[in-house]
Design a protein around this ligand. Structure first.
Ligand code: 5GP
Ligand code: ZN
Length: 112
């Protein structure tokens, strides 16, 4: 499968690692939209939120257990935003489920 994030997880494409456990991998976005912009991805290929189900939702739960650790490690003491884009209207560009963690400055109130 030709998936950029699967290749990043396998180390076939280099990335700046922020966190890793047996369920997820986190790395710094190549084109940051905030002073801190980290992506967290499940180690199983799930294309987007539409494909989350009872068999794979443990990956999502584990990601959300990891997010506070990742944010603390990144020094996001004053808060942060977690976003996932699903499908064309949300402008999802990489079809491997990922959660953006953004912070390091006051973010815009308007999200869409
Ligand atoms: P989406 O628009 O699908 O929600 O977000 C995809 C994100 O992946 C974008 O913020 C983009 O900058 C990031 N991205 C795409 N390709 C790469 C890559 O090869 N390395 C890293 N670190 N980030 C990437
Ligand atoms: Zn993938």
């Amino acid at each position: 499968m030709d998936c950029i994030f699967c290749k990043i997880i396998k180390g076939e494409i280099p990335s700046k690692k922020a966190y890793e456990d047996s369920y997820c991998y986190a790395f710094h976005d190549i084109n940051p939209q905030a002073p801190t912009h980290i992506l967290v991805v499940p180690k199983e290929h799930i294309c987007c939120t539409d494909m989350i189900n009872a068999e794979n939702s443990v990956y999502v739960a584990k990601i959300f257990e990891a997010i506070p650790k990742i944010a603390a490690e990144a020094g996001l003491k004053n808060g942060y935003r977690v976003i996932t884009n699903c499908g064309d209207d949300a402008c999802q560009t990489v079809k491997h489920l990922h959660f953006h963690i953004m912070g390091g400055r006051k973010l815009p109130e308007n999200m869409g």
